[in-house]
Design a protein around this ligand. Sequence first.
Ligand code: SF4
Length: 62
Amino acid sequence: MECNQQENLKNCNCTYPCDKKGKCCECIKYHLSRNELPACCFPDEVEKTFDRSIAKFVEINS
Ligand code: SF4
């Protein structure tokens, strides 16, 4: 199966320098292992703080 990295990048709002951009399977695996969610789960104002914790996600959606 081919990777959709270039297509995925069109929907990536991540501003952190990272080699997982567009590799959504690697991205979500990495963040879930840290009790976090990927950048695209957060609005831009929160994304740029790099706080990707599940606690932050719950806070902004409560
Ligand atoms: S959300 Fe995290 S893993 Fe995904 S590209 Fe950004 S910094 Fe990398």
